[in-house]
Design a protein around this ligand. Structure first.
Ligand code: NOJ
Length: 521
């Protein structure tokens, strides 16, 4: 593992819609992020990952890109991104963007041209159009389902006014999948990557990095399953097809022209060997390993997740990555049981994550201990809600804007009380301002933990050695000397010898309470 700026970096995921609204339209934007850079610097972040800000009709909050080489006016346009990048760089914070190579928006000029063209045309060859099956092609070409619910195929109306071919969309119907067998698709991605890298962007998080290559012949799914993120899906023909690795090699060759830029894949693949392929020396620099995120608050499960993530990275000499949250999953305090116990566990897990070697990703609001929000039906915006016929509520509950200050919604997030998702009144105790003033708050805890991780040499080691610990607990030592202990059991645990650097909750009689972690040197 060579030392690069990202090999021990703390990436902070900024969901731009929900971070800070600078222009009072109720939706967060890039000038809002710029306005809060001091907050991020004080937190100790090394890099920002911005969810998609390119031009988009926002059918999936920007993961439906209509112009990949411009910034949507909703987020302030390209000048706002330049302002953010310049200001961040002055604070030595890197800026990485989301890249969406698996699909475009249906409003993208390519897709509009494909709709206007006829079956078999070059325009249709950029996407995955097929004739239907059954009499008159009335049924979709195969049985694939969309991740968001419903079929993965939509039928188009041809120029003669009759129903015609079908196109593939693994996500929303407004997100048609690109045909990566067509060289034009990479040529265009190359233009996009160079456009942003030349503009000073420090890297990309690559959306659905395990999905771009489709299997020859598009065979049926044997097990029909829409929701895939947290499931094992080794048998799912929609993802993790071998052809994807040649695409990543092409991307990597381009990145090699920009040696200081990082490519990070979203890789929902759990088998270690399969996962490791994405981060081979000639593919992506980093891949999100979601094992820790998927683990229950259970010592055996957590240890397994850590061991497997380390093993997968080690197979190919890659940097391990750790993440507990993002905009697609429930927030940790809710996942770990909710209430004070859920929050205590979330803090303990953050402390475990921040002890591990490699790069870590913190999702905005995680540092405040925000839980999911119970939103009323009429507030839901995620396309999953509609596409699933109101059977899945989608991901809005973990995308609610950040509460900054004050005693009532929208807590300084916007001047406009009508924010794109409502902030709950009970977040009055969780605002940034209140937490900064409280040395016991989750924010103060994160700041301290990140500072220690950054400044103390005991965090630099790459090897993890497991130590004995009572049932329900786990303990490991980094080769550089840091000891991390987690009590995921029901009884207080004695701490090993050493100087206590930080605990995620109060000790009781010198012992580590349940749902608490500690660092010692
Ligand atoms: C993964 C992204 O994280 C998610 O938010 C999005 O809906 C899908 N990819 C489709 O782009």
């Amino acid at each position: 593992m060579t030392a690069t700026w990202w090999s021990h970096a703390l990436f902070y995921q900024t969901y731009p819609r929900s971070f800070m609204d600078s222009n009072g339209d109720g939706v967060g934007d890039l000038d809002g992020v710029t306005a809060k850079l001091d907050y991020l610097a004080a937190l100790g972040v090394d890099a920002i990952w911005l969810n998609p800000v390119m031009v988009s009709p926002m059918a999936d909050n920007g993961y439906d890109v209509a112009d990949p080489r411009d910034v949507d006016p909703l987020f302030g346009g390209i000048e706002a991104l330049d302002r953010l990048t310049d200001a961040a760089h002055r604070l030595r914070i890197k800026v990485t963007m989301d890249l969406v190579p698996n699909h475009t928006s249906s409003a993208h000029p390519w897709f509009q041209a494909a709709l206007a063209a006829s079956p078999g045309s070059d325009q249709r060859e950029r996407y995955i159009f097929r004739d239907g099956t059954g009499p008159g092609g009335i049924h979709p070409p195969n049985n694939w389902v969309s991740i968001f619910g419903g079929p993965a195929w939509t039928r188009v109306v041809e120029a003669d006014g009759n129903p015609g071919q079908w196109y593939l969309h693994l996500f929303d119907a407004e997100q048609p999948d690109l045909n990566w067998d067509n060289p034009e698709v990479f040529e265009d991605l190359e233009k996009t990557l160079r456009f942003w890298l030349e503009r000073g962007i420090d890297g990309f998080r690559i959306d659905v990095a395990h999905g771009m290559a489709k299997p020859p012949g598009l065979p049926d799914m044997e097990v029909i399953r829409a929701e895939v993120l947290l499931a094992d899906m080794d048998d799912d023909p929609r993802f993790n097809n071998d052809g994807v690795h040649e695409i990543h090699r092409q991307i990597r060759r381009l990145f090699d022209d920009y040696p200081d830029a990082v490519a990070i894949g979203e890789v929902w693949v759990y088998d270690n060997e399969q996962f490791s392929r994405y981060v081979r020396p000639d593919e992506l620099h980093l891949g999100f390993n979601f094992r820790l995120l998927r683990a229950d608050f259970d010592a055996t499960d957590i240890r397994g997740a850590i061991e497997n993530s380390l093993a997968a990275a080690e197979m190919v000499g890659a940097t391990p990555t750790w993440t507990l949250a993002n905009h697609d999953v429930d927030r940790e305090p809710t996942r770990y049981g909710g209430g004070p116990v859920g929050l205590a566990r979330a803090r303990a897990m953050a402390q475990v994550m921040l002890a591990l070697p490699g790069a870590v990703f913190v999702y905005n609001g995680e540092e405040l201990g925000l839980p999911n929000v119970d939103l009323p039906d009429e507030a839901l915006r995620d396309p999953v809600w509609e596409r699933s016929g109101h059977t899945r509520r989608g991901r809005d509950a973990s995308r609610v804007p950040i509460p900054w200050e004050g005693d009532a919604p929208p807590f300084g997030f916007s001047d406009n009380p009508d924010t794109w998702l409502p902030l709950p009144p009970e977040w009055a105790t969780l605002t940034v301002d209140k937490q900064i003033a409280d040395s016991e708050s989750t924010l103060s805890f994160f700041r301290r933990a990140i500072e220690l991780r950054r400044d103390r040499p005991e965090f630099d080691g790459l090897a993890v050695e497991w130590l004995d610990s009572p049932a329900g607990g786990l303990a490991f030592r980094l080769s550089s000397g840091l000891v991390c202990v987690l009590n995921a059991g029901r009884r207080a645990m004695a701490l090993p010898d050493g100087e206590l650097l930080l605990a995620s909750g109060a000790l009781v009689d010198g012992k580590l309470s349940p749902n608490t972690a500690a660092w010692l040197v």
